[in-house]
Design a protein around this ligand. Structure first.
Ligand code: 9RB
Ligand code: ZN
Length: 370
């Protein structure tokens, strides 16, 4: 099997400033913390582990290239695109659009390279240059809507890639599976009325964007019922994510019959992520990857492109990423050095334990009500 891999050093140069989420503001007690949550080091370290572990030698390098303006405009408005171009030319750069997604001077070129990287990987998979592949791009994209960027996302990388597959490569039916821990609101919005694209997002319930990603958001117009949200509670763990994959996502893929599967792959569901609490281990991501590989093999000759989204643990993103990519390539992954720590942690284990514990608690607590 030939697995494609895409990375560019510029992804590690995205300047997110010295704030943590919002820029430092002494008047309200916000000190400069040096590394914004979305600091590019998390993804740069992931690339370095892919290289240092020898995994890179087993992958087929797919070159990144900037998305052209016309390719970005298949998803975004001219106003949004041109504002990013303008702010990117400023000495201190600008913001994707929500005040918590900063970029430095030259941020446009990096964001265009992220969208172009996703596009290049989807192109390589559809043309059969590789069987499947992983595009380690930065900044992430799944929150970006046509009119603006948000949630650390400037352009919707996956949406730009999907539009390319539709309009240039003639791919009829495309499924996007988003297991980033935050709701893929941008991708949902772009394809809301498009019956040819199934968008599925599994995420921590009502985490971000605030109040979004509910089960009732099913798509609209011609696209009705082609959007699925699978919100999961904090502490869901490997079993909860795999349960949702088996019970909802794989059946949805079977029903939709895609010609291509794209995974918006965030590692912020991980146990050590500072922005969420769903407690997934590297083994959990490997199992999710196996499941979508099996589904793609069954439905579309294995055509599967994975595109990096979020992931903020300085300790664990690189490990989850290297193990995920090794799984995609069908080669022996590195051992998870945190597995011993996680082996018996609540939330990693069987979902039934959660359900049993809740039922037992309910019996006792309810029985004691006077
Ligand atoms: C600050 C602030 N203040 N307010 C009002 C809001 C809404 C703020 N944004 N918070 C955020 C922004 C982005 C993320 C995660 C992005 C990601 O990883 N996506 O995959 C989480 C929280
Ligand atoms: Zn996220």
């Amino acid at each position: 099997m030939t697995t494609g891999y895409l990375w560019h050093p510029l992804y590690g140069w995205n300047d997110t400033g010295s704030g943590s989420l919002t820029p430092a503001d002494p008047a309200v007690g916000l000190q400069p913390v040096g590394h914004h949550f979305a600091h590019p080091d998390n993804k740069r370290r992931m690339h370095e582990l892919v290289e240092v572990s020898g995994l890179l030698d087993q992958l087929h390098r797919v070159p990144a290239r900037p998305a052209k303006r016309a390719e970005i405009l298949r998803v975004h408005t001219e106003e949004h695109h041109d504002r990013i171009v303008a702010e990117s030319a400023l000495p201190k750069g600008g913001d994707a659009g929500d005040g918590v997604s900063p970029f430095g001077k030259g941020g446009y070129e990096i964001a265009a390279l992220a969208a172009g990287g996703a596009l290049a990987m989807v192109d390589a998979v559809v043309r059969g240059e590789v069987d499947n592949g992983f595009a380690l791009v930065n900044p992430c994209g799944h929150h970006a809507v046509p009119e603006t960027g948000m949630g650390f996302c400037v352009f919707n990388n996956v949406a730009v890639a999907v539009r390319h597959a539709q309009e240039v490569l003639g791919v009829e039916r495309i499924a996007v599976v988003d297991w980033d821990v935050h709701h893929g609101n941008g991708t949902q919005a772009v394809f809301w009325e498009d019956p040819r694209v199934l968008t599925v997002s599994m995420h921590q319930d009502r985490l971000y964007p605030p109040r979004g990603g509910t089960v009732g958001e099913r798509g609209g117009g011609a696209g009705l019922y082609t959007n699925l949200n699978v919100p999961r509670p904090p502490g869901t763990g490997d079993a909860g994510y795999v349960d949702a994959m088996d019970a909802v996502i794989v059946p949805a893929l079977r029903a939709f019959q895609p010609d291509l599967v794209v995974v918006a792959c965030g590692f912020d569901p991980s146990y050590f992520d500072p922005l969420a609490h769903t407690m997934v281990s590297a083994a959990g991501f490997a199992t999710l990857t196996e499941r979508v590989m099996e589904a793609a093999a069954e439905l579309c000759d294995g055509r599967l492109a994975m595109v990096q989204e979020g992931g903020y643990s300085i300790h664990y993103v690189a490990i989850c990423g290297a193990i995920t990519i090794a799984t995609l390539a069908g080669v022996e992954p590195i051992a998870d050095p945190y597995l011993a720590l996680l082996a018996d942690v609540y939330g990693i284990h069987a979902l039934e334990e959660h359900q049993l514990a809740s039922r037992k608690a309910a019996e006792v607590l309810v029985a004691d009500i006077p």
